[in-house]
Design a protein around this ligand. Structure first.
Ligand code: AHN
Ligand code: ZN
Length: 338
């Protein structure tokens, strides 16, 4: 009698144990799933305003070509500084003299706008704000010795960055962001024997003279020619050599957001652009989001370094694709989920 009771109790216990173990193996219902690696509160990613970004490109172009050592360049600089300040960033004007391939001394200024300068965790966003002094593309048909308006080449990247600064002011995060607008990027020697170091004079200077001692952002994103209709952003080779993880994450994010037609999963030839010097000299991993169409004579869009680089070619949907992708990267980074 007693033995039987023990046996029953034993089998009951065993049954309960099996049930428990079984329970453990059941997949948890999705409604109760919590990922301990993800923070409980999700940061909302603000909408990027393409109309506002477009106006910021327009405003720059309205000054005329922004060639170093011209009054238009200076007027645009003053406007950019005021605009970034009005968006709540702390601006440093980093003045420097650079010697161009022509021997001319370029009175140049890198514009550095710091969002939350005291925050330790930071990322770097950049573009060049000067425009080319000549329209020396092999595709140029008229006024090839005259300076270009640079709506796309210079203007588009800066326009997107200004809009991101405005977005940060309206939707604050606990992370620092530095907007660095390089000067004297586009005064390079376009001739057959042109040295690559004749380009990107502002980023070369900044990389050797960082605005903050021991400046160490997690990474940088450079925007160059991000405003035209059929823009194709492929994985450029310098970026992939120095910052492949950042590049792959940005491209994946863009695809998931529906911008995979712009951010294509293909690689493109290396470009001597500001990110090269930031990577090589400052040793900050930086990618370049740059329009590189397939099989063109110059390697860039047909408007590149011609007078067709004006407001007519600026496209709001492209500005938004880039602006919204970078905005999402920033807010995810601030949340710790990028
Ligand atoms: C060269 O043509 C060597 N580099 C292209 C960098 C550039 C010029 N980006 C815009 N304009
Ligand atoms: Zn250029």
């Amino acid at each position: 009698m007693k033995k039987k009771l023990v046996k029953i109790t034993y089998s009951l216990l065993l049954g309960a144990l099996i049930t428990l173990v079984g329970c453990k193996k059941d997949p948890p219902s999705s409604s109760t799933t919590t990922d301990p690696t993800k923070p409980a509160v999700k940061i909302k990613i603000p909408k990027f305003n393409r109309d506002s970004a477009f106006v910021y490109v327009e405003k720059q172009v309205a000054f005329g070509p922004r060639v170093v050592n011209t009054p238009e360049h200076k007027a645009c600089k003053n406007w950019l500084v005021k605009k970034f300040e009005s968006h709540g960033t702390t601006v440093i004007e980093q003045n420097f003299d650079a010697t161009a391939y022509t021997g001319e001394v370029l009175k140049s200024t890198n514009i550095i706008a710091q969002y939350k300068p005291k925050q330790k965790k930071r990322i770097l966003l950049a573009a060049h704000w000067d425009t080319r002094h000549i329209a020396d593309s092999p595709l140029c048909e008229e006024r090839c010795k005259e300076p270009i308006l640079g709506a796309d080449d210079g203007g588009s990247g800066v326009g997107v960055l200004l809009e991101i600064a405005r977005t940060l002011q309206a939707n604050p995060i606990d992370m620092g962001v530095d907007f660095v607008l390089f000067d004297a990027e586009d005064y390079g020697d376009g001739g057959d024997n042109g040295e690559s170091t004749s380009w990107c004079l502002g980023s070369q200077y900044w990389s050797k003279n960082l605005h903050v001692r021991g400046y160490r952002p997690k990474y940088g994103i450079l925007l160059d020619m991000v405003g035209t209709k059929d823009a194709r952003f492929a994985k450029e080779q310098v970026s992939m050599a120095f910052a492949p993880k950042v590049m792959n994450k940005v491209w994946k994010l863009a695809k998931n957001m529906g911008y995979g037609n712009y951010f294509v999963p293909e690689s493109s030839n290396p470009v001597t652009d500001d990110h090269l010097f930031v990577n090589q000299i400052a040793k900050i991993p930086m990618i370049d989001i740059i329009n590189k169409p397939v099989q063109t004579q110059t390697g860039f869009g047909a408007h590149w370094h011609t007078h067709n680089d004006n407001m007519d070619i600026i496209n709001k949907r492209t500005l938004r694709a880039v602006g919204q992708t970078v905005t999402a990267a920033i807010y995810k980074e601030a949340e710790g989920s990028f």
